[in-house]
Every structure is written in structure tokens, then in C-alpha cells.
Design a protein around this ligand. Structure first.
Ligand code: LLP
Length: 461
């Protein structure tokens, strides 16, 4: 068959931060261990499927962003890193971020309440969202969030009216679209014109929003924001978007005498899902490019530098996490060019919708024991009633795989559990954190009863 099996195999964990696996993952006595906890122990005590987060790895990646931004912007007006909670948020993760000196970007009542429950002060929280409810805006004002990221003129008016009624002033960051379109999949690319997010610079909506914010008594124009898409590994895309945002800041200063104090360059920094993906730029490289854009802006415009923020989500949490699945049925399927082994596991598109939604690629390794030398062309599929329910499209995996074996899929920390569903009335998996040889739940798994209990006509049978 014309498939190079070696290229399809997951690399063995080696402690490298770009090795696909969380840095603490090792193979010891045949089985994978994470944070010093053997897979066999996790499986026996926590069950499958389960997301396993390497706490030290998350902290390391959060710190890398914080240090990179602090150092790149030290000679300017400083920087903040807002962890994008949509990638994955629970109280423990919010605490870790706060501990490491990061702020948190939230975009719903649920995310905001999670961060507040973790003890993160409102002043370290941003509130995003393109369709904020009145209740969310009120909660943001009650909590004293650092800023509201505003997505439309209608929302600007709504926040002004709520703030006015309360006698408050809301700090406003205007999300603008720069026309830069980056990132792999159309659904996750957000700064071109024909999509729902932001105020377009090209159409004049952004300038109008600036004028309206400056004229409003209960709004303070704190910043400009741009988010150009997701899973971007091209630093030049950020440089172009940064320039467009900073040019708008310069034009605003000329037109209105108001020097906008902050700019936020959003998230979208890519990670490596398989060995076929290039090693992504480091936080230092992104920070350097953004700082260079700000330096040029300051030199050209003569304005004081803005305080800068970024909102990485995936690049902090995705590589820190693996999903453990248990193998169920296995069957060979004959193709024109050979045989593909279909391996079903006890999860799938309900805990990772990314392959079905974006065609995302992942890899996997046998976790509970040493794989055999011989590998077989394999597709890992879920347990849901859809042929698109794929976990890993194509990989080379131990020829002696059998039912009951455990597979580890790396880089599942972002947009996995946070986009999980109850499709087929499947309970959503829990998340455990491992550290120093111990594990604990940071998000409990649902049971079938939890899911059924929402049905008022359901009774135990
Ligand atoms: N800031 C804003 C305004 C965002 O909309 C996002 C992501 C982020 C920051 C964080 O982006 P990150 O650094 O995590 O890429 N479900 C898709 C990704 C959707 C991202 C939505 N916004 C996926 O699984 O690829």
C-alpha cells in the first residue's frame, strides 16, 4: 500500500514542549505516565474517556507567554496576557492562570462566573461576546470587569444605556476587523469582512464606533481589539493586522485628540497537532513581531505607546492535555489500496468535535502497554451514529491492538471538553489534573443519570 506508516506514527514522548505530548509524559515499563501518574492508575480510578491535564505543563506555557510579553513590551507601556477561557475553563484552570499572573478573557456569563468563583478579581477579567445579554452586561458591571469588548454599534448603545441607568462608566474596547484573514478553516477565521464579528475598518463602522464611544457619557474608550482567526502559525499575519489596528489608533488621535490607551491583538496562535504540522512560532517570536509593530507605530506617529494585550487560549492549554479512550470493537475494512483497520473507542465527536467540524487531524499512541514493533494502518473512530465521527483519520498503530487497550490522543486541551456535547445521550467526560504523581478531578464527569435528569418525564427504570 502506498502509505508510509512510519510518517503516520505518533512520536514517543520525550519531554520536549513541541513533541506533541505534555512535557511530563513518559513511557515507563511499557505504559505512558503523565505527571508521574501511570495510565493504568488513571484508567482504574477515573475511567474513560477522560481528559488528563498536566498542570505543570499548563503553568509552563502560561508563564512563557507572560514572560515573553513582559520582556518584549518592557521598554514600551507594558503588556497583559488574557488567557482565552473559551479554549477550556474551570475554576482550577482560572486559578492557575491568575497565579501565573495572567488575566482572563471571558465571553459568557458561565465563563465570567467560573473566573469569579476562582477568586480572579473583575479588574483581571475581560468580557467578550458578540451577543451579550443584559444580564451579562450587568454582571460585568457588578464584577467591575476591566473592559467590555464591543462587537457592534447596537451593543455599544446597549452598554451605554445600562451603564447610564446604573450611573456607571463602562470601559470599552472596540473589536475591529482589519481585513486580515488567517487560520486554517473558514469557520475559525474571523477578520475578513463577510462574517459576524467586529466593526469593519473598511466600511467606516469602526470609526463611527470610536466617535460614538467618545461622545457617550457612560463609556470610556479604553482600547482597540483585533482577532484575526485561529490556529495561525504565520507571524506575518499578526504583523499586518497589528499595523492596521495601530494605524487606526494614529488616525483617531489626529481626528479627535484622543490617544487610545490600549490595543489588544487577540488570540489564534497555532499549535502542533501531528508531526506533519510545522513547529509553531514561540511566544517570544509572536511578542517580538507585535512589539516591533508597536515601536514602528510610536516612531511614525509620535504618540505615546499603548499598553498591549494578547488573548492566547489554545497555545496555552491544548498541548498540556491528552484524552484517554478505551478500545472497543476493531474491524478491517478493505480498500482499493489495501486494508484499513477501524478501531472504535468509547468517546468520539461528543468529546472532540474538531475532526468532524474542521477536518482537524490528530494522532494517538497505545497508552497502557508497550506497542508491538509492527504497525498497521488505522483509523480511530468514535461511538456515535455518524460516519464523520472520526477521532484520528489516519495513523500507524500497534498491530496487536485489542479491545480493552487504552489509547492516548494528545493536544486535546483546547476546544475539546469546552465544545463537548451530549450527542446520542452520551455523558461528557471529566477532566483530571496530574501533578507530582497525584491526580484529581478539576471537572467531574457527567453520568448518564446526570444527563437523563434534565428530562422532566424521565423516571428511573
Ligand atoms: N480571542 C478571541 C476574541 C477569540 O475569539 C478567540 C477564539 C481567542 C482569543 C482564542 O483563540 P486561540 O488562541 O485559542 O486560538 N473552536 C475552534 C476555535 C475557535 C476560536 C474562537 N475564538 C477550534 O477548535 O479550532
Amino acid at each position: 500500500m502506498a502509505v508510509n506508516l512510519e510518517e503516520l506514527a505518533a512520536p514517543e514522548p520525550d519531554g520536549s514542549p513541541v513533541g506533541l505530548w505534555p512535557t511530563s509524559m513518559r513511557r515507563q515499563a511499557g505504559e505512558l505516565t503523565l505527571g508521574g501518574v501511570p495510565t493504568s492508575q488513571l484508567i482504574a480510578q477515573a475511567g474513560t474517556p477522560v481528559f488528563v491535564v498536566d498542570e505543570a505543563d499548563v503553568r509552563m506555557r502560561a508563564t512563557a507567554w507572560k514572560r515573553a510579553m513582559d520582556s518584549a513590551f518592557a521598554g514600551l507601556a507594558g503588556a497583559d496576557v488574557f488567557y482565552a477561557g473559551k479554549a477550556f475553563l474551570c475554576v482550577a484552570v482560572a486559578r492557575w492562570m491568575h497565579d501565573m499572573g495572567l488575566a482572563i478573557d471571558t465571553c459568557t456569563e458561565g465563563e465570567l462566573r467560573t473566573a469569579l468563583a476562582a477568586g480572579v478579581p473583575g479588574s483581571r477579567l475581560g468580557l467578550h461576546g458578540n451577543s451579550k445579554s443584559r444580564a451579562e452586561i450587568e454582571l460585568g458591571l457588578d464584577a467591575g470587569v476591566s473592559h467590555f469588548v464591543i462587537d457592534s454599534l447596537a451593543e455599544l448603545a446597549l452598554v451605554e444605556s445600562i451603564a447610564a441607568r446604573r450611573g456607571d462608566v463602562a470601559r470599552i474596547v472596540l473589536r475591529v476587523t482589519t481585513g486580515v484573514h488567517a487560520g486554517g478553516h473558514e469557520y475559525i477565521s474571523t477578520a475578513h469582512e463577510d462574517q459576524k464579528f467586529g466593526l469593519s475598518i473598511a466600511s467606516g463602522a469602526a470609526e463611527r464606533a470610536i466617535e460614538e464611544t467618545l461622545a457617550a457619557e457612560h463609556l470610556e474608550l479604553a482600547g482597540l481589539h483585533s482577532h484575526i482567526g485561529s490556529q495561525i502559525v504565520n507571524v506575518a499575519a499578526f504583523a499586518v493586522a497589528a499595523k492596521a489596528l495601530l494605524d487606526l489608533r494614529a488616525r483617531t488621535a489626529k481626528m479627535t485628540d484622543h490617544v487610545i490607551p490600549e490595543v489588544d491583538f487577540g488570540g489564534g496562535y497555532g499549535v502542533r497537532y501531528t508531526v506533519a504540522d510545522a513547529v509553531p512560532p514561540s511566544p517570544e517570536e509572536y511578542a517580538r513581531v507585535l512589539a516591533a509593530a508597536v515601536q514602528r507605530h510610536v516612531a511614525d506617529s509620535g504618540l505615546t505607546p499603548p499598553r498591549v494585550s494578547v488573548e492566547p487560549g489554545r497555545s496555552i492549554i491544548a498541548p498540556s492535555t491528552v484524552t484517554l479512550y478505551r478500545v472497543g470493537t476493531i474491524k478491517p475494512v478493505v480498500l482499493d489500496d489495501g486494508v484499513r483497520r477501524y478501531v472504535s473507542v468509547d468517546g468520539g465527536m461528543s468529546d472532540n468535535i474538531r475532526p468532524a467540524l474542521y477536518g482537524a487531524d490528530y494522532t494517538a499512541a497505545l497508552a497502557n502497554r508497550q506497542p508491538s514493533e509492527e504497525c498497521v494502518r488505522t483509523r480511530i473512530v468514535g461511538k456515535h451514529c455518524e460516519s464523520g465521527d472520526v477521532v484520528v483519520k489516519d495513523l500507524a498503530l500497534s498491530a496487536d491492538l485489542g479491545p480493552g487497550d487504552v489509547l492516548a490522543v494528545p493536544v486535546t486541551g483546547a476546544y475539546g471538553r469546552s465544545m463537548a456535547s451530549n450527542y446520542n445521550t452520551v455523558p461528557r467526560p471529566g477532566v483530571v489534573a496530574v501533578r507530582d504523581g497525584r491526580w484529581r478531578w478539576i471537572l467531574r464527569p457527567e453520568s448518564v443519570s446526570d444527563v437523563l435528569a434534565l428530562d422532566p418525564d424521565w423516571a428511573h427504570v
